[in-house]
Design a binder for this molecule. Sequence first.
Ligand code: SF4
Length: 251
Amino acid sequence: MLLETNERTVADEARALQARYGNLEPADIIELAIDHLFNEEIAVVSSFGAESSVLLHLIAQVDRATPVLFLETGKHFPATLRYRDELVGELGMTDVHDIHPLQQTLKDEDPYGAMSMTNKDRCCYIRKVEPMARAVAPYRAWMTGRKQFQASTRNALPVFESVGERIRINPLAQWTSADLQNYMVANHLPPHPLVAEGYRSIGCMPCTQPVKEGEDARSGRWAGSDKTECGIHLTGLTDQLSNISLTDSSL
Ligand code: SF4
């Protein structure tokens, strides 16, 4: 009952933050979140994908010690891992965490590492949703690089939203693809090497393919299936986190 009350309070807080600050520029939102709203209780989740450099660069201008959480599913393109190391070094981020799936769960449920071919939802759950809940549990808030333009399912994405007892912040929600490109060029940010090969949203290797001009950037993810999100931004994460109060980050 107390948890439900806390969640309602946090949902009200997210709505109030959205009404007051939802139209600020990304740099101002990030500074506000890190320096004033959630000081030392905030992290950023990054996929080190096609446009990840923008959010990380903006955060590095405020605090290079902001924790960066990377879901190391074990299924990434080698190019993504190299890009991650290069970008982290270039931006000087000092607190990067690889978040792994539970080894016992992998042994029990996916001993051959082929679950992405037979049950993508479960594969994403054990490799992304559960690890993500474990990773963000110690924080009061986390930032993501999600944008409204990326897919029709993200058209109404707010900057501030609640996830159980915690706040999720999408500082770039209202930026367009052109805004991101301009920012990358102006700040000499290195592109993910696979962008040149037509990949515009980059996740795990078995579930990512290039997209054609004019298609949703995310249409190359889980192409050929109904799946559009891995679940770390959906209710599965909320359900996981609903079992972890802010005073219990031991999951
Ligand atoms: S994106 Fe594909 S490989 Fe990665 S966790 Fe999900 S189903 Fe598995």
